[in-house]
Design a protein around this ligand. Structure first.
Ligand SMILES: C=C(O[C@@H]1C=C(C(=O)O)C=C[C@H]1O)C(=O)O
Length: 372
């Protein structure tokens, strides 16, 4: 790159670099003033909320979803809508931290995709704490030590995360949001390991499965070792010779590993969905989803009876999972996601009928569809 403006671009002719930089300085000052004005506004919102209710929750997921969607709709470029939303995500995160930083617990250790999901959802100003197991994340939020928890729930290649669904069976926590993350796996090594010397590859079992075909083709003879997380795989490789880890960007950066190969996942659109769990119900944002868990008596046609009201009231189901109930042999509970908010009349009508038919129904929460 040279420091000269391109002589081929007519628009740039006659505008020198110094003048452009002066313009950027002036614009930065305006942006600075505007961000400060916005932050002061958010502080005032906090005062209003506190005056109404001393226990007020400052963080409003439905409002944040609306702000981000509006920004993407208004954006005229040249920056992409998602990029602009990401910048605004950070502005909101900093504004909210002025009121009170969000405390979020996530399935750790540091360097996992769940940490990346927590960052994507809450921004950099949230205080995020890694915990070693999914049920510990639930407990941390139940105990009030964290305002929210972030846990993985399903992967587009490998399916559902059973620990998370099972944790919902015995909690009163609500789902307050979702984050969808594109998952890119890299083959990572420490500085002492050469490509042709890799004899063992560590990763989480889900990631090994998500890269199975690539591994069969490129490292058929390397031993595959499942460990507790991708980040743990990266940590081991840092201090070992002739081993590699499959992990993502966060882990590569955290442990300073080299990427031998990038994006080795078998499915190019490999993504994982995470849930934000918290203590309160979220009002409608305009584009929401609802999750519920229902248990049925063990009789013919039970599942059909459960689903039929959704169909009749034109409620669009997006997911159905069944898990063995912990009470009684061969009883099942069903986890259902559908589009819409529990305050919408159409959804209420369907839910009312489902309640009459099921042995037990619990709405786990209505929450904004993931924006970023
Ligand atoms: C300012 C508010 O509070 C928080 C900060 C927001 C923001 O900076 O835009 C949006 C929602 C809340 O998380 C609000 O409720 O409007």
């Amino acid at each position: 790159m040279t420091d000269q403006p391109s002589s081929f671009d007519n628009n740039d002719q006659g505008v020198d670099l110094g003048a452009l930089r002066d313009r950027i300085d002036t614009l930065d000052q305006r942006i600075l003033d505007l961000i400060s004005e916005r932050a002061a506004c958010a502080q005032q919102v906090a005062h209003v909320k506190l005056a109404e209710d001393p226990e007020a929750v400052f963080y409003r997921p439905e409002r944040e979803a609306q702000v981000l969607k509006r920004i993407m709709a208004l954006n005229k470029g040249p920056l992409a809508g998602e990029e602009m939303a990401r910048l605004f995500r950070e502005i909101m995160s900093a504004c909210l931290a002025l009121e009170k930083p969000v405390r979020a617990a996530y399935l750790g250790p540091e360097g996992t995709f769940t940490q990346q999901a927590a960052l994507k959802h809450f921004g950099d100003s949230a205080v995020c704490k890694p915990l070693p197991a999914i049920d510990e994340v639930f407990r941390e939020v139940e105990a009030g030590a964290a305002n929210y928890g972030v846990v993985p729930v399903e992967n587009s290649t490998e399916g559902v995360v059973n620990h998370t669904l099972d944790s919902f069976m015995d909690t009163s926590l609500r789902i307050c949001g979702e984050v969808v993350l594109r998952i890119h796996h890299h083959l990572l090594v420490g500085s002492n390991t050469r490509r042709d010397k890799v004899s063992r590859i560590y990763s989480h079992s889900q990631s090994l499965a998500q890269c199975r075909k690539w591994l069969d083709a490129h490292y058929p003879h390397a031993e595959r070792v499942a460990v507790s997380s991708n980040a743990e795989a990266a940590r081991r490789v840092k201090s070992e010779w002739h081993t590699a880890a499959i992990a993502g960007d966060m882990a590569a950066r955290l442990y300073g590993l080299e990427r031998l190969e990038e994006k080795i996942e078998d499915m190019p659109d490999n993504s994982t969905r995470f849930l934000i769990i918290g203590n309160h119900d979220v009002p409608p944002s305009g584009e929401d989803k609802t999750s519920l868990v229902a248990s049925m008596r063990n009789q013919p046609g039970a599942l059909h009876d459960l689903l039929e009201p959704f169909h009749r009231h034109k409620v669009d189901m997006t997911r159905l999972e069944s898990r063995p109930s912990r009470h009684g042999l061969w009883n099942y509970v069903f986890f259902i996601d559908f589009k819409g908010h529990q305050e919408e009349p159409r959804v209420q009508a369907a839910l009312e009928e489902v309640r009459l038919r099921a042995a037990d129904v619990r709405v786990l929460g209505s929450y904004p569809v993931g924006v970023l």
